[in-house]
Write a protein that binds this ligand. Structure first.
Ligand code: XMP
Length: 515
């Protein structure tokens, strides 16, 4: 795409953040592996290039190096941390290993008030995370900033359009980092401000129309933010050629099915098949305790139901999916390695198995987007706030929140408790502040006393976590008042529960869901 910024990924844990910051400055950015060929790169018509940081040390052998020719194209390059050191190496500068790792906040003094540091104060707080540093300026370069530990904390070669910073402008701990990236894009690389969700919507709609022509598209609607925005976007593009299928597996939140029908069918007039398959799923789950077995059964049954229903629609050519950019990058990123996924902790079922079996062509309009951008599209398309900010909900639903075997009675108890948790968390203003909040029904009973009588009833665990992407998480320090209120309401209003506990474990070593 013209006017894009290509980010070479040398394995930094922050590479995705760089891409997001660039897009927040309204310029399209794409992450590519560091060893992309010069020709492939040029095909992408970049207006600027960024070299990410990375965990490697140039003092070692077999480190990731990009094609040196890329640095000689005359396209502006910003090297961050390892990326800066690489620019130094390519231009006869010297990079040395420092005995101590510099990690955390540092005070940066700038020498220049133009270019990268235009309109910024000469003293900036920046975030450092490195061991090696540039110890001798490369030929024709000028040091433009320094810290206590490094006389070359940023450099430039204006003629060659090469710039480097030892710190990480992409992280929030560098408060003026976004401005520095902004300066690189607009003051140095002359980028145009043309990446907005309005333009993305316009472009997506016209390319969906072109691809689909007069054929039919099916889409599995889950009620979550990605599939909801996807359905609305496709509906806008191709109207009733879109056929959504929403499967009620009996493991949804209370009244979820009816809510989805009301929003999408009644309000948006989308072609929606609401499939009541509760009995089928529950029958197959009867007596199953092993979480992975539950996942497999639910995943398999979902595909069955979906295929049956899709057949009834008639000849269909396309399947729309809400695949996001992080899923795409994960498959080649330098730090995750190409050698395959790490140990399977939980097999997350999604509709990924569908296209192969059904021979459908995929339509994935969000393949290049981050979740925040999908939300923004939803906002631009006037989707209800409730959908846009909805917490993630696992495909196997309440089945993996009912520890032990799943039965209609236990689902009813958990749905009632879960409704109270969400209501109270929302009322207290904690819903947007948490990544997920929910109730878990435990497979043990505890003794209680109600009136003068002894009770022997179920225990519910509450879980509320903060997280950025679900990969790591921390438990939320919910106020005692709120915990007390939730506990009181559940014990008083949900028949069959006499005790509430709060889960105070982080991920890792725990996981977000209990199963
Ligand atoms: P864990 O429990 O692995 O969860 O820490 C991380 C995120 O993934 C969700 N999750 C699932 N999502 N199918 C899904 O679609 C699944 O089987 C599944 N298991 C966990 C979980 O809710 C959290 O957001």
């Amino acid at each position: 795409m013209e006017n894009s910024v290509i980010i070479l990924d040398f394995g930094s844990q922050y590479t995705q953040l760089i891409a997001r910051r660039v897009r927040e400055c309204n310029v399209y950015s794409e992450i590519v592996p560091y060893n992309i060929s010069c020709r492939e790169l040029l095909n992408k018509k970049p207006k600027a290039i960024i070299f990410s940081g990375g965990p490697s040390s140039l003092s070692k052998k077999n480190v990731p190096l990009c094609d040196k020719k890329i640095t000689q194209l005359g396209i502006p390059i910003l090297g961050i941390c390892y990326g800066m050191q690489l620019l130094a190496r390519f231009n006869q500068g010297k990079v040395s290993a420092s005995p101590i790792r510099e990690y955390g906040k540092a005070s940066l003094q700038t020498r220049k008030k133009d270019g990268l540091f235009a309109n910024l104060s000469s003293n900036l707080i920046v975030w450092m995370s490195h061991t090696d540093k540039v110890s001798k300026l490369p030929l024709g370069f000028e040091a433009i900033a320094f810290t206590q530990n490094s006389s070359i904390a940023a450099f430039k070669n204006k003629e060659k359009k090469l710039y480097g910073v030892q710190f990480h402008p992409e992280v929030v701990h560098t408060p003026k980092g976004k401005k520095i990236i902004h300066n690189f894009l607009y003051k140095i690389a002359d980028c145009k401000k043309n990446w907005t969700m309005k333009s993305v919507i316009k472009h997506s709609i016209s390319s969906i129309r072109k691809q689909v022509a007069d054929k039919k598209v099916i889409c599995a609607l889950s009620g979550g933010v990605d599939s909801s925005v996807l359905a609305i976007l496709l509906h806008k593009a191709i109207g009733h050629q879109l056929h959504c299928i929403f499967v009620n597996n009996g493991l949804l939140r209370k009244d979820e099915g009816e809510k989805v029908v009301k929003t999408f069918k009644t309000h948006y007039n989308i072609n929606l098949k609401y499939i009541r398959a509760e009995k089928r799923f529950l029958k197959r789950l009867k007596g199953i305790i092993d979480p992975e077995k539950k996942r497999k059964i639910i995943g398999h049954e979902f595909i069955q139901v979906f295929q049956e229903e899709a057949k009834k629609i008639g000849p269909v050519n396309f399947l729309a999916q809400g695949t996001l950019y992080p899923d795409v990058i994960e498959s080649y990123s330098a730090h995750s390695g190409k050698s395959g996924p790490s140990a399977t902790i939980k097999s997350h079922h999604n509709v990924g198995g569908l296209p192969k079996k059904m021979k459908l062509t995929l339509i994935e309009p969000f393949r290049n987007l981050f979740k925040d951008e999908v939300r923004e599209i939803g906002i631009t398309l006037n989707l209800p706030q409730e959908i846009i900010w909805r917490h993630p909900f696992p495909g196997p639903g309440l089945a993996i929140r009912i520890i032990g075997s799943v039965s209609p009675e236990r689902i009813k108890i958990l749905q009632a408790a879960d409704t109270i948790v969400i209501e109270e968390i929302k009322k207290a203003g904690f819903y947007k502040k948490t990544w997920q909040a929910f109730a878990v029904l435990l497979p043990i009973k505890s003794v209680g006393v109600m009136g003068d009588a002894r009770t022997y009833e179920n225990v519910i665990a509450l879980r509320a976590v903060t997280s950025l992407d679900g990969m790591t998480a921390d438990w939320v320090k919910l106020p005692y008042d709120l915990l007390g209120k939730i506990s009181n309401r559940i014990i008083n209003q949900v028949k069959g529960v006499n005790r509430i506990v709060y889960d105070i474990s982080s991920k890792p070593p725990s996981t977000i869901e209990w199963e």
